[in-house]
Structure formats: C-alpha cells, structure tokens
Design a protein around this ligand. Structure first.
Ligand code: HEM
Length: 412
C-alpha cells in the first residue's frame, strides 16, 4: 500500500476539463490508488469500478455504520417532535437482505406500466414548458425547463395534486441547494439543522397525510401502491414510505435535470450530432446513452469495505471508504474505443452512469423516457441552440452538470 494520490481532484469548473485531465492521468498511471494519508481509496478504471459496484458484500452501501442514529436532544426538534430518520428505507444506503426486500416493495409501486402511462403526461408538461419560452429573448433552461419537468413528473407519478406542484417544486429546490450547491444563499439557510428539520417535517406531514388518504381510498398512483406493497407479509413502515418518496423526488429529479443540461452542452460542442438528431430523431435514445457515458450526472460512487480485500492488485483494508470515479470508468481506453470522442452512434455503450449490480438505478426507464421526449421536442421547437453566456457548473464533486444555462431566443 505505497501508492498515494498525488493531488486532490480539481473541481468541475471550466466545463470539468481539468477534472477530466486529472482523472485520465490517474487512470493511466494506476486504475486503483490507495492513499495512506487519508486512509481511503480512489478507483479510476472501468473493470475495477464495475467490480466494486457488483461485489456488494465486500463494498457495502451501509453508511449508517459511520453515522450513529441521533440521540437525546439531536433526535427531536425544539417542539419535541422526532427528527425523520432518513436512513430508514433509503435504498441507496442499505445492504442486503434489507435492500432486496425494500427494492421489491418499491418495484411493486414503480412498475413499467406506471412509467409507460406517463408518456402522454410528460409530452404535455414538456409542451407547456416550451410554450412558456416562446418569444423570450433569454431563457435559463435549468429553471425554465430541465428542473420543472422531472419534478412535475415525479409529483404526477406520486399522485400529488396539481394545485400543490409549486410547493412540491420549492421543496425539491431547497433539497438540491442543501445537498449540492454550497454557493447558494438557500444552502446557507439550510445548513442550520433547525431549518432543515423544519423542511423535512413539513414534507413528512404532507406525504404521510397523503399516504393515509391513499390507504383509505387507493388511486392509480405510486403512493397508493407503495402503501399497499407487501413482501413476505411485510409492508413499508410510515418512515420508510416517507424516505422512499423523498428519495424518488431527489434521485429522480436532480439526475434527470443534469442529464438534460449535459445533452445541451454535448450538442453545443458537437453541432454535427445536433444536426443528425434533428434529421433523424430515432437516433435520440442512443445519443442520450452517449451523453450519459460522456458526462455522467453522478460522476462518483462511494462504498465502505466490510473486510480486507484486493482491487486492481491494490490491497484495501476493512472499514475504509472507496470512491469510484464513474466519469473516469466511462472514459477508460481499455473499455471504450476513442473514449474522449462524443459519438452518438457508439454501440455497444456499456457505461456505468446508472450504476451496476443490485443498486442499478430503479428509475432508469423513467429518466430515459423523460430525456428522450424532452430532447426530441426541444430539437423540434428550437432553432439554433445558442448560449447567451457560458453555462454555470455545479462545483460539488458529487454532481456533474450545470446549475444555470441561458440560451438566446430558444423558442421563437
Ligand atoms: C436520468 C437520470 C438518472 C441517473 C443518471 C441516475 C443515476 C443513478 C445511479 C448512478 C444510481 C446508483 C447509485 C449507487 O450505485 O450507489 C441510482 C440509483 C437510484 N435511482 Fe437513479 N438516476 C436517474 C434517474 C432516476 C429517476 C427518474 C428515479 C426515480 C423515479 C431514480 C431513482 C433511483 C433510486 C430509488 C435509486 C436507488 C436504487 C437502489 O439503491 O437499489 N433515478 N440512480
């Protein structure tokens, strides 16, 4: 264990170029690096990342081991209400056997039929957002299109009444600011635990109220199916219903927003690809897979080792954090031909941007459908895509994409 990571990764400013170069250098030198100083491991290679994601017994997602449940005063608000425990029911941070059970319960609610049934609604929401841009000189595509689309879709999927959509979107914005945008004024406000707890309790009351209503009068929506789902005679607890709903809202919207924004950047940098897609919209699904490979919305995956192990020839002790760079794996020259070329005809395209193994994104069919519809309609309705100013990237290393993207006269 003599390898050290020579320097910390650059942020994703400047379109992520310095970060991509740093990753390429590390990947070529050593696909897996152990850093004795921080006692942590970074993974840069494709085969090694895939292995880590697949071996969930050695590489655990249960970060609850590191964060003890809040005790005493920290477990309740000033009014004496229990603070929601967001680890309970959180698929991404749960290991088998609990994970397998939870995932089956969620799959009963998020069925392929429920996702397919949303196609018309997604088209309608997209058309409305594009109509609202018509004739405007400058539009921030993130706040005007890429963010409201997936949040409204998740609200529809859960069965949140249309009258509450704006409130629901406000919560989603606050959660994204708190999780990924250290520079936002709102993030500062939400760093205060009492403010974050107040937001979570407000959401919890709202969602559990609706869940109770669906228990009494089931409807054809995901929330009704979540409260009714049963595996081995077991149903989800109240707090699990809340966490799963919150997780869908967060996981389901930020990644889709980023994917749409990253598509715009890729098409701006590759105008011949944009022209090809306008001519042949049937090529859009493959182009989106290439955007996912080239610029994965979630560029990093974290795991905790449960035992001493070896990855890519490097010894890793038990109980340490392993950070796998999906962004680097997707550009590994040992796996992809010309990995730094954006090629919308790339086939096969086994990128790892939806994960791999037991935690593979359960919302991938929905994310893909939303992005396909949005990109097709955007290319139909928009003339030339022209940025009025350079896109403003997120600086958090956990997300890759832009928080502001202003286009000049996108829809005339
Ligand atoms: C298109 C954009 C999306 C991308 C790039 C994406 C990416 C990912 C990735 C990489 C993971 C695996 C994380 C890990 O291994 O630790 C994941 C898991 C997950 N995603 Fe997505 N996601 C997207 C859309 C969605 C949508 C629309 C939903 C919800 C409706 C969703 C819900 C989830 C959930 C619940 C998990 C946890 C699955 C598990 O741990 O078993 N995602 N996603």
């Amino acid at each position: 264990m003599t390898e050290t990571v020579t320097s910390p990764p650059p942020g994703s400013e400047d379109g992520g170029r310095p970060l991509r170069e740093w990753l390429a250098r590390n990947r070529r030198e050593n696909p897996v690096r152990w850093d004795e100083a921080t006692r942590s491991c970074q993974v840069f290679g494709y085969a090694e990342t895939q292995h880590m994601l697949k071996d969930s017994q050695t590489f655990s997602s249960d970060f609850g081991r590191l964060v003890p449940a809040p005790q005493g005063e920290a477990a309740t608000t000033a009014e004496g209400r229990p603070v929601p425990n967001l680890l309970e029911g959180h698929l991404s941070v749960t290991d088998p056997p609990r994970h397998s059970k939870l995932r089956k319960l969620v799959a009963q609610a998020l069925t392929p039929r429920a996702v397919l049934a949303l196609e018309g609604k997604i088209t309608e929401i997209t058309a409305g957002l594009l109509d609202a841009m018509a004739g405007r000189d400058e539009v921030d595509m993130v706040t005007g299109f890429f963010n409201p689309l997936p949040v409204t879709v998740i609200a529809e999927l859960l069965g949140v009444p249309a009258a509450d959509h704006a409130m629901f979107r406000g919560w989603a914005d606050d959660l994204v600011a708190a999780n990924h945008d250290a520079s936002a004024v709102d993030a500062e406000r939400l760093k205060l635990p009492e403010n974050m707890n107040a937001l979570l309790l407000q959401m919890q009351d709202y969602i559990l109220d609706h869940a109770a209503q669906r228990r009494r009068e089931p409807a054809d929506d995901v929330l009704s199916r979540l409260v009714a789902a049963e595996v081995d005679g077991e149903r989800l607890s109240e707090s699990e219903v809340f966490t799963i709903t919150l997780m869908m809202l967060l996981a389901g919207h930020i990644s889709t927003t980023l994917l749409l924004g990253n598509s715009l950047v890729c098409l701006d940098e590759n105008p011949q690809a944009a022209a090809a897609l306008r001519k042949n919209p049937a090529a859009i699904p493959a182009a989106l897979e290439e955007v996912l490979r080239y610029s994965p919305p979630a560029p990093l995956a974290y795991r905790l080792t449960t035992r001493d192990t070896t990855l890519g020839g490097v010894d890793i002790p038990a109980d340490v954090m392993v950070a796998s760079w999906v962004l680097s794996a997707n550009h590994d020259e040992r796996q992809f031909t010309d990995p730094d070329t954006f090629d919308i005809t790339r086939s096969p395209n086994p990128h790892l941007s939806f994960g791999h193994g037991i935690h593979f994104c359960i919302g991938a069919p929905l994310g893909r459908m939303e992005a396909r519809i949005a990109l097709r309609m955007l290319l139909e309705r928009c003339g030339e895509l022209r940025f009025a100013e350079p896109p403003v990237p997120y600086t958090s290393p956990t997300v890759l994409g832009s928080k502001r993207m202003v286009l000049s006269r996108p829809v005339v």
